[in-house]
Design a protein around this ligand. Structure first.
Ligand SMILES: *Cc1c(COP(=O)(O)O)cnc(C)c1O
Length: 374
């Protein structure tokens, strides 16, 4: 049996996807590549909820975040970075590094950004852009991006730049309806695929901003990506194996359909939360904004989080994540995005119970873990 990988990315891939990734290389300036690119972008587009072009970038998610920043902002632009965790912090740091004038609003980790608060903050200066995370993987919190964008648009008109790396393809995204200007994601989260391919889309306003942007960019220049894409080519040598994998994964996602996919993620998320509670554990995020792709669980007082993850890994071949940044030692995180197998989850919860008991957490002893539908 292979390792039961329950981290929030990279996520396990279906066998057919892994087999596809092993395919022979092709000429990325030839007709087969043009067809591959066409299939991928057409398949990805509905999940973004946009009529705009989907740009394929060879990078991890951070590369796409950087692309979103350097193409839409200019040096000295005022950006409000509303951050609810470490990925939100990273967004602000990228913008600062490239010369934006960033104001950070740090929301307590484990909490969500509310539409009211963001609307209030955006009025405190003449902001050119709002940087915000859709699903904060470090805390297991989903921001209601649609509602936040609507509240912001009522009072101001910044570019709205969204990190949807760990939500897109797993949680609903309606880029055009919500009026978002840049949205990015990456293959190794909800897309049943290995790392290596990032995806981005810009709104018309986003493209207009790209025309006048004074931030330096080369590799991540989306105008260059767009010009090449028109000819059916990537600007630089692409991660072909990851693209082959996506080419095998997308038909699976399309056959299931976005609504069913979102419902499936919600079921597994609810199950994970119920299992954690049944084991006597507390969740970091309130159920109202708890993520459907990753659950953060508090390490009980007096326990060492890493002792449990070590036991899971060594005794059960189950891999879960610890926290990041200031929550490094105080939470565990279980990923439930992408390829979700009921048996693997049941095994993960049962292993967690045994590891907790072995570490002296008596509340988990004899606990009955519910099945997927309660
Ligand atoms: C995974 C992730 C990223 C990007 O991380 P990479 O390691 O660069 O792929 C960015 N934002 C969020 C919310 C993520 O979950």
């Amino acid at each position: 049996m292979s390792t039961n990988l329950r981290i929030p990315g990279p996520t396990p891939c279906p066998p057919d996807v892994l087999a596809a990734a092993a395919g022979e290389m092709i000429n990325h300036r030839g007709p087969e590549f043009a067809e591959l690119q066409e299939r991928l972008t057409a398949g990805i587009q509905p999940f973004f909820g946009t009529d705009q072009e989907i740009l394929l970038i060879t990078a991890s998610g951070t590369g796409a975040m950087e692309a979103a920043i350097v193409n839409t902002l200019s040096v000295g632009d005022k950006a409000l970075c509303v951050t609810v965790g470490s990925f939100g912090d990273r967004f602000g740091t990228i913008a600062e590094r490239y010369g934006a004038d960033v104001t950070r609003s740090d929301i307590e980790w484990g909490e969500a950004a509310t539409p009211e608060l963001v609307a209030e903050l955006i009025q405190q200066d003449e902001y050119d852009a709002l940087l915000i995370t859709h699903n904060e993987t470090s805390t297991g919190v989903t921001n209601s991006i649609g509602k936040i964008a609507a509240a912001v648009r009522e009072v101001a008109d910044p570019l709205i730049i969204v990190d949807a790396v760990s939500s897109l393809g797993s949680i609903e995204m309606r880029m055009d309806d919500w009026g978002l200007d840049a949205v990015v994601t990456a293959s190794q989260k909800g897309w049943l695929s290995p790392p290596g391919l990032a995806m981005a889309a810009l709104s018309e306003r986003g493209w207009a901003a790209a025309k006048t942007s004074t931030m330096p960019s080369f590799y991540f220049d989306l105008t260059t990506h767009h010009e090449y894409a028109e000819r059916g080519q990537p600007p630089w040598t692409p991660a072909l194996p990851t693209m082959y994998a996506m080419d095998a994964a997308l038909p699976m996602l399309i056959a299931e359909g976005p609504e069913a996919i979102y419902a499936r993620h919600h079921r597994f998320a609810s199950w994970t939360r119920s299992a954690a509670k049944a084991l006597g554990l507390e969740l970091l995020a309130d159920e109202r904004y708890a993520s459907d792709t990753v659950t953060a669980i508090k390490v009980p007082e007096g326990m060492t989080g890493s002792a449990v993850t070590k036991r899971l890994r060594e005794d059960h071949d189950v891999v879960i994540a610890g926290g990041q940044g200031k929550l490094a030692a105080s939470i565990w995180r279980i990923g439930h995005l992408g390829y979700l197998d009921e048996g693997e989850f049941a095994a993960c919860f049962s292993a967690l119970q045994q590891a907790l008991v072995a570490e002296g957490f008596s509340a988990a002893e004899g606990a009955v873990i519910p099945g997927i539908d309660g």
